[in-house]
Design a protein around this ligand. Structure first.
Ligand code: FES
Length: 241
């Protein structure tokens, strides 16, 4: 009797576990994975080891750009595998890393104007303003708008609008005109930092302190810390609203 009860409890548990699972397709093969798993976790749950295309696993490094489809929907969706949750019937696949053709330039020889965009990333001017880049951006950035700003030479506006870019490259992957939007953003942020930033006494003071090695002892202490202690410190830090 007791064992019947136990068996039925275990059966119930199994059902609940099943109820919290979804079926996804990885490279065409069906897998049942936890419904709250991210795409990255689902792939690992299915038994694959991710050795490329993963970095921070927290939506910051942009290494895990991916595409997927949903059942009955022709659209190609984009996202970061480490932060996008699975959905019932989702089809996942491997994509080669997103191409990043970086131009090598000397910031000291550039000026913060439209001629620099023309010289460093001339392909930018092929933009047809279709908005595909904005739709593809997992950070929900106004990518098309900052490319338009770059074409006007408004470097500071590009830096501002692209500030939260993680350089995953999904905008470039989907762009029909083969622009490299995220690289334009990086260039403009560098130009802004080098030539257009407002003077900041606080930053200058902090740099002087760092250069005078005022924080060396604290750095050394951090370097000795266990990862779990470091993690606690990091997540418990004061964050400006
Ligand atoms: S692994 Fe860093 S953003 Fe996904």
């Amino acid at each position: 009797m007791e064992s019947d009860k136990q068996a039925s409890q275990e059966g119930g548990k199994r059902q609940r576990v099943q109820a919290n699972m979804v079926k996804v397709f990885i490279m065409g093969k069906p897998h049942v994975v936890p419904e709250h798993a991210t795409i990255m976790r689902a792939i690992e749950h299915a038994g694959h080891q991710i050795i490329r295309g993963a970095g921070c696993r927290e939506g910051f490094c942009g290494a895990c750009a991916t595409i997927y489809r949903l059942p009955g929907d022709f659209k190609l969706y984009t996202g970061l595998a480490c932060t996008t949750l699975v959905k019932e019937g989702m089809s996942l696949t491997m994509i080669p890393s997103v191409p990043m053709e970086k131009t090598v330039y000397d910031l000291e020889k550039l000026k913060p104007n439209v001629n620099t965009i023309l010289e460093v990333y001339p392909v930018t001017f092929r933009c047809v303003a279709c908005g595909t880049c904005t739709k593809a951006c997992p950070q929900k950035l106004p990518v098309m708008d900052y490319i338009q700003a770059a074409m006007r030479g408004d470097i500071a506006a590009v830096a501002d609008m692209s500030f939260d870019c993680v350089a995953c490259g999904l905008c470039a992957l989907r762009c029909p005109a083969e622009l490299i939007q995220h690289e334009v953003g990086i260039l403009c942020k560098r130009l802004t930092g080098r030539y257009l930033r407002k003077e900041s006494k606080e930053l200058d003071d902090r740099l002087t302190e760092v250069r005078s090695r005022q924080y060396d002892a604290e750095y050394a202490e951090l370097m000795e810390m266990d990862t779990s202690v470091l993690s606690k410190l990091y997540y418990g830090r004061d964050i400006e609203p």
